[in-house]
Ligand binder design. Structure first.
Ligand code: PHE
Ligand code: ZN
Length: 881
């Protein structure tokens, strides 16, 4: 029997709530198995709702203990109550209070939604629909209330008690218990509620806003790990300053608290004044965290902080509007990182993520618009499309309107919609108003799924001295959207001559270097052009599209050498490589391919000579080949992951051999003197040195194995140590004995560091070797592994399914069967994490027929299970449909 996924919720069926809740007074007495929750709700009919409608509050696995209306116990005939709803048939026509008592068991809460315990710490997660697991409520974001929270606990078990807003009272109680009262004056939806109780250490700092408000910042972590929270605290202060400087946004409470917990379904959560983080995005020390970890911490601290305005002060009317807060906040955190680090490097990395995660999603069965019209399980819509493509839409808006009009639009949005739960339409209306532009057509980006393809062909007429670019756009059909309309696509471009000079020829229709494609096809004509130039199109990746450009390798290599746009310099190298890799993977390798490979290696060589020392982080990206997933996308159907892997390994080895002497030189670029620092410049040097190491190991250069072992043994930081270990694990040229020695050393050295053991798990599950699946089965028995911890699951099982294409897509289907088994096992405990793992199947339809059949069988086995969660049922059904 097939489990039906829950009923579909539709955007067009949105109706305002019949009731509003203005105030919430919570009294929560923490206990490991029987936490008592008393909620007093000040309710009134919504003037926009249906008068006299029954009041139905949401619940999820709740047990009601008591219910009173205006202080009087409610007769049992006046209401009906189930674990998932509480209905009062005839509530008063005027404002009234409802007092609800529930008892919940945080220790038994394995879904990690609502109130749960992580390493003994009480914490909550309420987005999207977790508050209803704490008390019965109108658990929808357009119901905004001010909250006071009284928290009580045993002092010994939970000396620290934190809530939203400002602390207003605290004290001792009989029997070793104590309490704290928190007051949050800002109206908020229930998904932003949070509380924490536990024995935690902290680091603090005082911050004064531009407007003069004194704010006490604090980060709470497992006792003893405070030292590792300083970088996050510093990132928080820089984020607060940046939001003041760039968006004019100040903080609005007396305290800002962050708590790191070990068990968390996602990355972090922006609860008002009390962010709760997966500890992997807070804790960092040079010995345990890589440069990339530091960069992620900085970005996620910023992201959650920026939500205070884009998400909390202005929130979403309903969950269809999720991109209103997430796309915009990702855009803001990307801008922050670009200002703090290298803009070009940040952009390239953002586009790599977009292509790897969002383009794949958009090309598969789970494709959906940035603003979906329908969902069955909202947890399944925290996707790369909503986040990453949502951010791209904001970036395009800024390009189309220009910086000034964009800034005015943002200001208007903050002024108009503060304290509201609003919509994408209301957001766009601010920018239409600020710029005087009609954004109706642009808004289609929110509605239409799929990645547009833009085809550009160039024509040079030497008689007329004219150069013409012809553009055509099309978007492939996606589930539920068979036909597509043309979008508004801003295409930044320029011309380069063959000697590398920038040509400043103007064309009608090109303004500030941006051409806006609005129709299915259009052209751009440059006059007085003396010789055929090289076009540099989609500079800075100005729109989230796939570009096909009729440029040969010579033209692309000219761009590698000379384009003034760093993104396109990088992209041109990627394009040459992609062309070689798709041909080789289709078994079309030939002599022309060898010549092209040599030409690419030479271009990279001269690039390195000219620029590696100036911009090591960028040079490291230039030396990175497109990932296998991108080649698979490019091939599009009947994909053989083994052929792609072989092609990529071969190309990388050839380039490595051709560049070997230069790579030796790169290995010697010095990192700034002094102790380890995670700053972008030092990180860039390490990235370049380490990619050089890896390429040399793959090229089997003389003496490099010894150098690798020495780097591992002598490293004073995790970046260099892990880079050496990674090369050892992924390079067949490294002797088994050395690989084993390093893996064992790493395990022993970091035995009591779960976040480091995650790296150890992920490394081994990512090996493109036939015995990897067997190794994973063994690692699941390791004492450090726990199916209950989402980070462990993602490190061992997620990394395998998402980042190991040859082994997950094994021809015998064993990878698929393994994942299906794990999803089924995990679903009973944590449906959200199980559903997320299952999305690894989203490319199954483009596999060659043998793998396709095996994937389908595994998916059908999951689908046919009794008692699947709504989360997994929704993903498996959409994946199969
Ligand atoms: N709102 C969080 C963020 O993006 C993500 C999140 C969603 C966390 C749902 C937990 C649950 O910042
Ligand atoms: Zn977010």
């Amino acid at each position: 029997m097939r489990t039906e996924s829950p009923r579909a919720i539709r955007l067009e069926e949105y109706r305002p709530s019949d009731y509003l809740i203005d105030r919430v007074d919570l009294d929560i007495s923490l206990d490991a198995h029987a936490t008592k929750v008393r909620a007093m709700l000040a309710i009134r009919p919504n003037p926009e709702g249906t008068p006299g409608a029954p009041l139905t509050l949401d619940g999820d696995e709740l047990a009601l203990e008591a219910l009173a209306l205006n202080g009087e116990t409610l007769a049992e005939t006046a209401y009906t109550c189930q674990p998932d709803r509480l209905t009062i048939a005839n509530p008063p026509r005027d404002a009234f209070s409802l007092t609800i008592e529930t008892v919940i068991d945080p220790t038994a809460n394995t879904k990690l939604m609502g109130l749960y315990r992580s390493n003994g710490v009480y914490c909550t997660q309420c987005e999207a629909e977790g508050f209803r697991r704490i008390t019965y409520f109108l658990d929808r974001p357009d119901v905004m209330a001010v909250y006071t929270t009284r928290i009580e606990a045993a002092r010994e078990e939970a000396p620290i008690l934190l809530g939203n807003g400002n602390p207003v009272a605290a004290g001792d109680l009989p029997g070793g218990r104590h309490f704290a009262v928190w007051d949050d004056p800002h109206p908020k939806p229930s998904y932003l509620f949070a509380l924490v109780g536990g024995d935690l250490g902290s680091v603090t700092r005082d911050f004064v806003t531009k407007g003069g408000r004194a704010v006490r910042l604090a980060i709470y972590v497992e006792s003893g790990k405070q030292e590792r929270a300083h970088y996050a605290l510093d990132a928080l202060e820089r984020s607060m300053r940046w939001d003041e400087d760039v968006f004019g946004r100040e903080y609005d409470l007396d305290v800002f608290n962050i708590v790191a917990v070990s068990d968390f379904n996602m990355g972090a959560m922006e609860n008002k004044g009390l962010n709760i983080f997966n500890d992997k995005y807070v804790l960092a020390s040079p010995e345990t965290a890589t440069d990339a970890d530091y960069a992620h911490i900085e970005a996620i601290i910023a992201h959650e902080y920026f939500h205070n305005w884009t998400g909390n002060r202005i929130t979403c009317r309903d969950w269809f509007q999720l991109c209103l807060k997430e796309g915009l906040t990702v855009f803001r955190d990307q801008e922050f990182s670009s200002d703090e680090r290298s803009r070009a490097v940040e952009r390239i990395n953002a586009v790599r993520t977009l292509r790897a995660r969002q383009f794949t999603e958009d090309a598969g069965p789970l494709a959906h618009p940035v603003r979906p019209r329908e969902y069955r399980e909202i947890n399944n819509f925290y996707t790369a499309t909503v986040y990453e493509k949502g951010a791209e839409i904001i970036r395009m808006l800024k390009i189309l309107l220009g910086d000034d009009a964009f800034a005015c639009g943002m200001d208007l949005y903050f002024a108009r919609h503060d304290n509201e739960a609003t919509t994408v339409e209301a957001f766009l209306a601010c920018f239409a108003r600020a710029s005087g532009q009609d954004l109706t057509h642009f808004a289609l980006w929110y509605e239409q799924a799929g990645t547009p393809r833009v085809v550009v062909s160039s024509h040079y007429d030497s008689d007329k001295r004219q150069y013409r670019l012809d553009f055509a756009q099309s978007t492939p059909s996606t589930p539920g959207q068979p036909t597509k309309d043309p979008l508004v696509i801003p295409i930044a471009l320029g011309l380069v001559d063959h000697d590398g000079g920038a040509l400043d020829h103007r064309a009608e229709g090109l303004s500030d270097g941006v051409f806006v494609l609005r129709h299915s096809s259009d052209s751009l004509i440059f006059r007085d052009v003396d010789a055929r130039p090289v076009p540099s199109v989609l500079r800075g990746f100005s729109a989230p599209v796939r570009l096909s450009l009729d440029l040969d390798d010579t033209g692309l290599l000219t761009l590698v050498r000379h384009d003034s746009d760093a993104f396109n310099r990088w992209q041109a190298g990627q394009n040459v490589a992609t062309r070689l890799l798709t041909r080789a993977a289709r078994d079309e390798g030939d002599a022309a391919g060898e010549t092209a490979t040599q030409a690419l290696a030479e271009a990279l060589g001269s690039f390195l000579d000219a620029q590696a020392a100036q911009d090591p982080a960028f040079a490291a990206l230039m030396l990175t080949l497109p990932p296998e997933s991108e080649i698979a996308q490019e091939i599009g159907k009947d994909v053989d992951p083994d052929a792609i892997h072989r092609a990529r390994e071969a190309l990388r080895d050839t380039i490595a051999r051709a560049l070997a002497p230069r790579l030796e030189a790169l290995r010697a670029i010095p990192v700034a003197a002094g102790p380890y620092s995670p700053d972008a410049a030092s990180a860039g040097v390490r990235a370049l040195r380490n990619i050089a190491l890896d390429l040399l190991v793959k090229a089997d250069a003389a003496g490099i194995i010894e150098a690798l072992a020495a780097q591992y043994d002598n490293a004073d930081n995790m970046t260099d140590r892990l880079a050496a270990l990674t090369s050892a694990v992924h390079s067949p040229t490294v002797p088994d004995a050395l690989r084993q020695r390093l893996l064992t050393d790493f395990r022993n050295r970091f035995d009591d560091e779960p976040l480091v053991i995650d790296k150890w798990f992920a490394l081994q599950s990512g090996r493109a070797e036939p015995d990897t699946l067997a190794a994973i089965a063994e690692l699941m028995q390791d004492t450090a592994f726990s199916i209950n911890n989402p980070n462990r699951v993602r490190a061992l099982i997620g990394a395998f399914a998402m980042n190991n294409p040859t082994q997950f897509h094994r021809a015998d289907g064993a990878g698929y069967d393994f994942l299906a088994d794990q999803v089924i096992a995990l679903d009973a405990r944590n449906p959200q994490v199980a559903a997320r793992l299952l999305t690894a199947f989203n490319s199954w339809r483009m596999m060659e027929p043998g793998r396709r059949a095996k994937a389908q069988a595994a998916l059908e086995r999951v689908a046919s299970r009794d008692g699947l969660s709504g989360d997994v049922a929704d993903i498996v059904q959409r994946t199969l449909d």
